[in-house]
Design a protein around this ligand. Structure first.
Ligand code: GAP
Length: 449
C-alpha cells in the first residue's frame, strides 16, 4: 500500500531522522526544513544519481557550482526583477494578506469581508547586502533558480573546454523563494535545492531536443523507483508560460496532497543568453530579450560553415530535490500488515544506509570486532554508508532498518567466529541465508548492479 497521507510520511520522517521542522526549538519557521541523519543521505543519493546520469554517463554535459549570492544586474536582465512575483491582496477589515487564488469568491477567507485592496505584485526574491554598508547600493539577491549563473558562466565553460553544440551545463544547488503560502510539508518551501540542466542547441533543433529531454527525464524518474502510473506529462498552456519560455512540459506526480509538478522541462529559446549578451543588436535574437547595456560579454557561438555568430537556444530540465525526496518517500512507504512492519522500499542506490552490520550480542568484544571488520570491508567498496548496530536487539534492528529502507542486514553471531559465515537478511523478502566472506561481497554488490 502506498502512503495515503502526508501526516504519515511527515511522522516517519521525524521519527527516523529524515526531516525536521527548521528552527524547531524556537517554534519553527514556516516553509523551512532541516534534513537529519537519514534525510541527508537520501538527498545526497538522489543528487548523486542525477549527477551520474547527467555528467558521468554522458559525454556532452559539464558540471558547475556557482554562487548563491547574485548581483542584481543578473536578475534584472533575466526578467526576474520585473516578473518573478505573485499578486497579493490585503483585507482592509481584518488586515490579513492573501494571494488572489486563495480568495473565497472575491472575499477574505478569514473574515469574509469583500473590502479588499487591488492585487499588487509581491516579488518572491530574497534580498541581502554584500559588504559592511547595509543600503540599496550594496544589495544582492539569493538566487531564485540556479539557472542564471549557468548562463552568466556560458562563455567561461565554453572557453575552458572544447565544447561545440549541442552541449549542456548542469548544476545542483540551493534556490530561495519567499513563497507567500509554503505548504504541503516539503512540497512548497522557501529554501530548496534544484537539479538543473541548461542544454544549448542550434536554433531550429530546439523542438526535437525539447522532446528528447522530456522523454529522458520522465524515464529517469521511473528508474529512481517511481511508478509510471503516478507520473503524467502536462503541457503548460501558452498563457501560463514563464516569461522566458516558448514551451514547457511539466512532469506531474500524484503526491499525497494531489497531482502537482515534480519537474519542468522548458524551451527557454535564446531569451537568457540573449538578455545577458553585450551588443544585442549584432545578433538575430528571436525572443523578446531584456535590453542590456551593461554586459561585457557576447554569449554566442560561431557557425563553423558560414562563420556567422549566433545565440544558442536552451532546453532546461529543472527538478526540485525536495519534491523528488517527497515523491520517493511516498512511493517507497509500505505498510506490511502481515508482518506488522513498515518498510521503506527505496531502490538500494537511494537508501540512506546500504547495509547494517549487527553483532548478535551487544558489547561482545569478539562479535563487535568482527562486525567492524565487515563494516570496513563493505565501506571500502564505496557504494554508500554502512552502519554498525551495537544494540543487541536483532528484531528491533530489523524493524528500524526496514523503516529507513536499508536493503540488507548482516548478523554476526558465534558461528561466525568459527567459520566466518554470517546471516544476511533481505529487506523486501525478509529471507535469511548464511553466506561466507567472499559470497557476502558478491551478495552485497548485487544490490547495486
Ligand atoms: N529554472 C527554472 C525554474 O526554476 P520552476 O518551475 O520555477 O522553474 C523548477 O522550478 C522546479 O523547482 C520545480 O519543478 C520544483 O520541483 C522546484 N521548485 C520550485 N519552487 C519550489 C518551492 N517553493 N519548493 C520546492 N520546490 C520548488
Amino acid at each position: 500500500m502506498v502512503s495515503k497521507t502526508m501526516e504519515e510520511l511527515a511522522s516517519l520522517c521525524k521519527r527516523r531522522g529524515f526531516i525536521f521542522q527548521s528552527n524547531d526549538i524556537y517554534g519553527g519557521v514556516k516553509g523551512l526544513y532541516d534534513y537529519g541523519p537519514m534525510g541527508v543521505e537520501l538527498k545526497n543519493n538522489l543528487k548523486q544519481s542525477w549527477w551520474k546520469s547527467m555528467i558521468y554517463e554522458r559525454d556532452d554535459i559539464e558540471g558547475l557550482d556557482a554562487t548563491i549570492l547574485t548581483a542584481p544586474d543578473v536578475l534584472k536582465h533575466s526578467g526576474h526583477e520585473d516578473t518573478f512575483s505573485d499578486p497579493l491582496v490585503d483585507c482592509k477589515s481584518c488586515k490579513s494578506r492573501w494571494t488572489v487564488d486563495q480568495l473565497d469568491n472575491q472575499s477574505c477567507p478569514n473574515c469574509k469581508s469583500k473590502d479588499l485592496t487591488d492585487p499588487r505584485p509581491f516579488n518572491l526574491m530574497f534580498k541581502t547586502s554584500i559588504g559592511p554598508v547595509d543600503d540599496d547600493s550594496a544589495f544582492a539577491y539569493l538566487r531564485p533558480e540556479t539557472a542564471q549563473q549557468i548562463f552568466t558562466n556560458f562563455k567561461n565553460v565554453l572557453d575552458s573546454t572544447n565544447r561545440v553544440l549541442p552541449f549542456g551545463i548542469a548544476q545542483i544547488g540551493k534556490a530561495f523563494r519567499n513563497e507567500i503560502t509554503p505548504r504541503n510539508f516539503i512540497f512548497r518551501v522557501r529554501e530548496f535545492e534544484q537539479m538543473e540542466l541548461e542544454f544549448f542547441v542550434e536554433p531550429g533543433l530546439d523542438d526535437e531536443w525539447h522532446k528528447y529531454w522530456v522523454d529522458s527525464r520522465f524515464n529517469w524518474w521511473i528508474d529512481q523507483g517511481i511508478d509510471k502510473k503516478r507520473l503524467e506529462l502536462h503541457e503548460v498552456q501558452k498563457d501560463e508560460l514563464s516569461h522566458y519560455s516558448k514551451a514547457t512540459v511539466d512532469i506531474m506526480y500524484t503526491f499525497p496532497h494531489g497531482k502537482e509538478e515534480l519537474e519542468g522541462i522548458a524551451n527557454r529559446t535564446d531569451f537568457d543568453l540573449g538578455s545577458h549578451t553585450k551588443n544585442q543588436g549584432d545578433f538575430n535574437i528571436s525572443s523578446k530579450v531584456m535590453k542590456n547595456k551593461k554586459s561585457t560579454t557576447k554569449l554566442a557561438v560561431q557557425n563553423l560553415a558560414n562563420k556567422n555568430w549566433f545565440i544558442p537556444y536552451v532546453i532546461e530540465p529543472s527538478a526540485g530535490v525536495e519534491r523528488g525526496v517527497l515523491a520517493l518517500l511516498n512511493e517507497a512507504y509500505k505498510v506490511d500488515e502481515k508482518n506488522s512492519r513498515t518498510v521503506l522500499a527505496l531502490k538500494p542506490h537511494l537508501s540512506p544506509i546500504k547495509a547494517a552490520v549487527i553483532p548478535l550480542k551487544r558489547n561482545n568484544e569478539q562479535l563487535v570486532e568482527y562486525a567492524k571488520f565487515i563494516k570496513s570491508k563493505l565501506q571500502k567498496l564505496g557504494l554508500g554508508r554502512i552502519a554498525l548496530e551495537n544494540s543487541g536487539n536483532i528484531g528491533k534492528n530489523y524493524r528500524r532498518h526496514d523503516e529507513i529502507g536499508t536493503p540488507l542486514c548482516i548478523t554476526v553471531d558465534f558461528e561466525t567466529l568459527e567459520d566466518k559465515t554470517v546471516t544476511v537478511r533481505d529487506r523486501d523478502t525478509m529471507k535469511q541465508q548464511r553466506v561466507g566472506p567472499e559470497e557476502l561481497i558478491k551478495y552485497y554488490q548485487k544490490y547495486f548492479e
